[in-house]
Design a protein around this ligand. Structure first.
Ligand code: URA
Length: 229
């Protein structure tokens, strides 16, 4: 991690304040003064600020049930950021592992551990995401077959990866995909002449959503581990 991030994660200093202290020569890494804030450091390094050993706070791993009309951004835009729902300290250090559209509801994973979230979002991971989808028209057998086997999305060269689709009723399905292309679920149904009316993410990997809309909780140790392959 960068030295300025390490200092922030170990103190109450803002990023600008941490950089100023580093530039002043107040920070030692393994007994040498380091004045470049982008220097990569490791938790095993001895890092001191004005003679005091710094120890970063533990990483946080959070599940949140995203309401509609909130956005997966650290700042409010047209809609409020879903981070407003988190009544905890140092919210600015957190990021989302796999965004949802403003009108999509359901499970969002939030953390300050970049390596962990990369495990979930990197394209080669093929982490399963399960969506409950309500459609404008009844799903046809042909559309279901195409979606399951892989479909060409507008603007893409390759077919989508095979997906799992369970029909709950004619206009409601459970779709499991292992990719995370932009607006993927909406584009998949659009490609077969249908339209997503509502979209709700119910699971990521082995972890299922079990809290009410607008609520959040910390992940358990086994849940955190389940994403580390
Ligand atoms: N696919 C979409 O189209 N939207 C989302 O929010 C998530 C997946």
């Amino acid at each position: 991690m960068r030295l300025d991030k390490f200092v922030c994660k170990s103190t109450q200093l803002t990023k600008d304040e941490a950089i100023a202290r580093i530039h002043c020569g107040d920070v030692l890494v393994n007994q040498s003064v380091v004045t470049n804030e982008s220097t990569q450091v490791h938790e095993n390094n001895a890092i001191l600020l004005n003679g005091f050993q710094l120890t970063p706070r533990d990483f946080r791993y959070i599940m949140l049930n995203k309401p509609a009309a909130t956005i997966c951004s650290n700042i409010d835009e047209v809609y409020p950021s879903l981070f407003n729902l988190l009544d905890i300290d140092h919210v600015s250090e957190l990021h989302i592992a796999g965004r949802l559209d403003a009108d999509t509801t359901g499970m969002v994973l939030i953390t300050d551990d970049g390596r962990w979230s990369f495990n979930i979002t990197r394209p080669t991971c093929h982490c399963a995401k399960v969506y409950q989808v309500t459609l404008s028209k009844a799903i046809t057998d042909d559309a279901a077959i195409q979606i399951k086997s892989g479909i060409k999305l507008q603007g893409e060269d390759k077919l989508t990866l095979p997906a799992n689709l369970v029909v709950i009723n004619s206009k409601e399905v459970l779709l499991t995909i292992t990719e995370g292309k932009f607006h993927q679920v909406k584009r998949m149904f659009s490609a077969v002449g249908n339209r997503v009316v509502s979209l709700h993410r119910v699971a990521i990997g082995e972890v299922s959503l079990d809290i009410d809309v607008g609520q959040w909780r910390y992940l358990t140790a086994p849940e955190i581990e389940s994403f580390i392959k």
